[in-house]
Ligand binder design. Sequence first.
Ligand code: ADP
Ligand code: MG
Length: 485
Amino acid sequence: MSTYIKGETGEWEMVIGLEVHAQVTSNSKLFSGSATAFGAAPNSQVSLVDAAMPGMLPVINEYCVEQAVRTGLGLNAQIHKTSVFERKNYFYADLPQGYQISQYLHPIVGEGEIEIDLADGTTRKIGITRLHLEQDAGKSMHDQHPTKSYVDLNRSGNALMEIVSEPDMRSPEEAAAYVSKLRMIVRYLGTCDGNMDEGSMRADVNLSMRRKGETEFGTRTETKNVNSIKAIQQVIEFEAHRQVEILEEGGEIVQETRLWDPNKLETRSMRSKEDAHDYRYFPDPDLLPLTFDQAYIDAINDNLPELPDQKKHRFMNDFGLSLYDASVLIAEVSRANYYEEASKGQDPKLTANWVINELLGALNKADLDLADSPVSAQQLNQLVARIGDNTISGKIAKDVFALMMETGKDADIIIEEKGLKQVTDTGAIEALVDEVMAENPKMVEDYRGGKDKLFGFFVGQVMKKSQGKANPGAVNELLKSKLSG
Ligand code: ADP
Ligand code: MG
């Protein structure tokens, strides 16, 4: 038995570094003009270059290069003005060239860092080691025939960005926050669609354990091609547990490459870890080094959109939102835009509550995307305005909102149609107060005799009589003066 239990590492600390493969959003491949659409019929998007026919030469796709630079800038990273494509040599059935064109000693992007947001409301910086461009391999298919394997080369030659982190993460939660922030950044930039279920983003999980307080890292394992955030967390939990068991029995961790089995929820050994020299890296003689000047980098930098963390800080500073609210709102650009539109001229905190609690809740329940929301940002803006100018109470607003979701009508129309306008006319409210007091003489007596707690009862009765429409402030005031009299 080890001292390690799920979610509690005891005297052990996790050390996690992630290598994320992100497919560049591009209509054509990194070194050929073939299409890259997901889900096409097998081998329908394969050029002679992708199939590695003799004499075929790679031609760099400038658009993909630009996306890598954009991503590097989005990761606050160093852009290298000269980078080199190298051949990484190995045999695999889905790799017709017998090597992968990748970058090794001179990647296009160097060190950077991103901020991750944790559930306890804190943020942490995670270092980026590098980002390099490489080609994807094809895909072997073992489930098409009882005795034969097939290969689909559609993916062969797609442009991938490999984004390598520093071993800075210390828990599954941090790893999950890192991958979601990374995905958010590439989606904001439009450089990768971030769809993990289509394989557009997948991670290699490097993990080692050490006793808390130790400064040296332990030996790590690398679990390949994990394709969901949940699975990344499961891999970390599983591997941490497995490694601690070995270490506590006095054993040693073998540095190796492992595979995640999503059905058995366990990792298993795939091969012992190869070293870089095994791949016989050398500069690809078919490709010149990539070089850019500062003007090229500056032009891309000038056209970057506002990025998730910038937006988050702006929402916190300009709108006074909490880190939590800001983080939820910036999770998708469309959501952030919706919020900004809805909060125009309104109380920003109140609007944030409406977007996060009511709107997102209702959309989730109805299984709808924000893009298909029956309530537009302008319509929510009007609803929040009616709370702000005391036309309706927050409570009535929830009923109005439910009707808006149902019918797509404007708040003002529903308020008018249903006669939901808040009663602020003190004469009308006074009449209700009188009625309630007349109907409950015993309660009035008890209240006046010192049972202060009954006040809430009177408020409730008056509100009920007004069908929720009486202005609560006026009700309170009138009740106070009448009951004391
Ligand atoms: P390789 O290319 O052989 O996979 P790298 O040096 O590029 O090796 O490291 C890959 C990843 O492993 C990086 O994300 C790095 O942060 C992480 N890493 C390196 N050493 C450790 C360690 N001892 N424990 C956990 N992660 C590690
Ligand atoms: Mg690796």
